[in-house]
Design a protein around this ligand. Structure first.
Ligand SMILES: [Zn+2]
Length: 313
């Protein structure tokens, strides 16, 4: 009798485990995220129920990424593929098609109000001066993830897509999304408080490419860059010269290098204008796990700390 009871107990424990979470990697919902920041959002919402493969890794530049055969393989076995959209990863459509993937492709930025990328529109920081980008094509700025309010929309889209692909996990995905959104709200409060300490006239920042338009809009910063919203084309000599004139005229204190781009142009601009290099900002990718921006929340903390240190004095 005792043996029978033990067997029943074991069966019950086994059933309990099966209900709580898939036990093996092959039981997890296979997902792909196009780049590291998005991969972090997907991990936070999916938790233990999913496996995430990130294509463009730490410090990687998604604008000019060249996919690998391993990427095609990951897409082929994925059930859900998350992309940023807004033209951020232009190589992705072709890669998905070429891989033969049957995955649902989810645009995580769905619902975001895009910032139109057009030179004249951003003239508030330039006070009538010609903007460095006026000769570039008009388009949409893809870096919507640099606004925490936008990321809350990403999280909702990710949650809904995971529920659609794995309805049994609904409660888990909803709870994870709610918990992560609460952390994002706390982060947003911290960022706003930190920015209050930076004198308003100094909330003006130069980076190598225009990745901080949404950040600037959300938090009252002007970001100016010699390269436009993509890193695909190099900044022209004319754009750089114009930017240097603007930095001098506006008495901009600091310029910043980015983790995904070559720092030489920023170093040169610093040298020619007398602005200091204020540190490294994480724009389009996280750092490796042992770096200062291993998660989106760490990335925001790092960027705010870097901006405050360079601009508050
Ligand atoms: Zn970018």
């Amino acid at each position: 009798m005792r043996i029978v009871c033990n067997v029943i107990t074991l069966l019950a424990i086994g059933a309990g485990l099966a209900l709580s979470a898939p036990a093996h990697a092959q039981d997890k919902l296979a997902t792909v995220a196009s780049f590291s920041i998005l991969g972090d959002f997907v991990k936070n919402v999916g938790g233990d129920r999913i496996a995430v493969t990130t294509l463009v890794g730490p410090n990687g530049d998604a604008h000019v990424y060249e996919p690998t055969p391993a990427d095609a393989k990951a897409l082929n076995t994925a059930k859900v593929v998350f992309i940023n959209g807004l033209g951020f990863e232009g190589w992705m459509d072709r890669l998905v098609r070429a891989s033969g993937s049957k995955a649902t492709v989810v645009t995580a930025s769905q619902g975001v109000t895009p910032i139109a990328f057009a030179g004249e529109e951003e003239d508030d920081h330039a006070k009538g001066k010609k903007h460095a980008h006026e000769e570039h094509e008009h388009g949409q700025d893809p870096h919507a993830f640099q606004s925490i309010a936008n990321v809350k929309l990403y999280v909702g889209n990710i949650r809904d897509a995971l529920i659609a692909a794995d309805p049994a996990g609904k409660d888990v995905y909803e709870a994870n999304a709610t918990a992560y959104t609460a952390k994002l709200d706390a982060l947003d409060g911290e960022v706003k408080a930190a920015i209050q300490a930076i004198p308003e006239g100094q909330r003006k920042i130069i980076t190598s490419h225009d990745a901080f338009g949404y950040f600037g809009k959300a938090y009252g910063f002007a970001f100016i860059a010699p390269q436009d919203i993509s890193t695909e084309s190099e900044a022209s000599a004319k754009d750089v010269a114009r930017l240097i004139r603007q930095i001098k005229a506006d008495k901009v204190k600091a310029v910043f290098v980015e983790n995904i781009t070559d720092r030489r142009l920023i170093d040169r601009i610093a040298k020619e204008t007398g602005a200091v290099v204020g540190g490294e900002l994480y724009s389009d990718a996280l750092s490796p796990p042992d770096g200062p921006a291993a998660t989106y929340i760490d990335m925001f903390h790092h960027n705010i700390k870097t901006l405050s240190a360079a601009l508050s004095s």
